[in-house]
Write a protein that binds this ligand. Structure first.
Ligand code: FES
Ligand code: FES
Length: 211
C-alpha cells in the first residue's frame, strides 16, 4: 500500500499557500485556522481573522504532550520544533519540501514540516522522531536500522525512520515496492536505500533480505 506524502495546501485543510506567503513575508494573516484562540476569540472555519505579525498563543499536541506555544504565525512547524522546542531530530536541509529530511507525522500521515505553518498544526497529532524511540529504548525499526546498517552519515535517518514507521503503522507487511513508495520523498545522499528496505522487511518479519 502506497503511503503518499501529505500536502497541505488547500484552504479547506489549513492555511493556503497564498496565506503562507503573506504570513512569511508581508502581513502574517491566518485565515480560518480552527481552534486558534486569539485574544479570547475562537473564529469559526468560515471567518477570517488577521493575527500577527507578532507572537500568537496557541496549543499543539506533539508526541502526545500538549504544548503551549507562542510564535509569530509565519513560523513553520520545523522552525518551531528545532528553534523553539529544541527538538532537533527533524533536519532542515532544503527548507522547501524537496528532500524529506524534516518529515514528521501529522495525524499519522507523513508531511514535510518545513512546508507547514506551526499554527496550521492546531488540533493535529504531531509525531516527531523524538516520539518514536530513545537511545535507551529504541523502536524495533530503529534497532533494525542498526542491524541492517541502514545509515551512513545519518542526516536523513530520523526522517527516514519517521516515514518507515508511518508506513509500517499503515501496512504491517509492505512489499519492496510499497517500501520504495513509502520513502520516495526521503532523499539519502549516502545511498542507503537498499539497507533501509532490509530494515523495514526485518521489522515486518520478512527476513530483511535484499531481493
Ligand atoms: S527540509 Fe523539509 S523537505 Fe527538505
Ligand atoms: S545516511 Fe547520509 S544522507 Fe542518508
Amino acid at each position: 500500500m502506497q503511503l503518499p506524502r501529505k500536502k497541505l495546501e488547500s484552504p479547506a485543510e489549513g492555511v493556503s499557500r497564498r496565506t503562507f506567503l503573506k504570513g512569511a513575508g508581508i502581513a502574517a494573516a491566518a485565515v480560518g485556522v480552527s481552534g486558534v484562540d486569539v485574544a479570547g476569540e475562537t473564529p469559526s472555519s468560515q471567518e477570517s481573522l488577521i493575527v500577527g505579525p507578532g507572537p500568537v498563543p496557541f496549543q499543539l499536541t506533539i508526541n502526545g504532550d500538549t504544548r503551549s506555544i507562542e510564535v509569530p504565525p509565519s513560523t513553520t512547524l520545523l522552525d518551531l520544533l528545532r528553534d523553539k522546542l529544541g527538538m532537533t531530530g527533524s533536519k532542515r536541509v532544503c527548507d522547501r519540501g524537496s528532500c524529506g529530511a524534516c518529515t514528521v507525522m501529522f495525524d499519522g500521515k507523513i508531511v514535510d514540516s518545513c512546508s507547514i505553518l506551526a499554527i496550521d498544526a492546531v488540533g493535529r497529532e504531531i509525531t516527531t522522531i523524538e516520539g518514536i524511540g530513545t537511545p535507551e529504548n529504541l523502536s524495533a525499526l530503529q534497532q533494525a536500522f542498526i542491524e541492517c546498517d541502514a545509515l551512513q552519515c545519518g542526516f536523513c535517518t530520523p526522517a527516514m525512520v519517521v516515514s518507515c514507521t508511518a508506513l509500517l503503522n499503515d501496512n504491517a507487511k509492505p512489499t519492496r515496492d510499497e517500501i520504495r513508495a513509502g520513502i520516495s520523498g526521503n532523499l539519502c545522499r549516502c545511498g542507503t536505500y537498499i539497507n533501509v528496505f532490509e530494515a523495514v522487511e526485518k521489522t515486518s518479519g520478512q527476513g530483511g533480505r535484499d531481493d
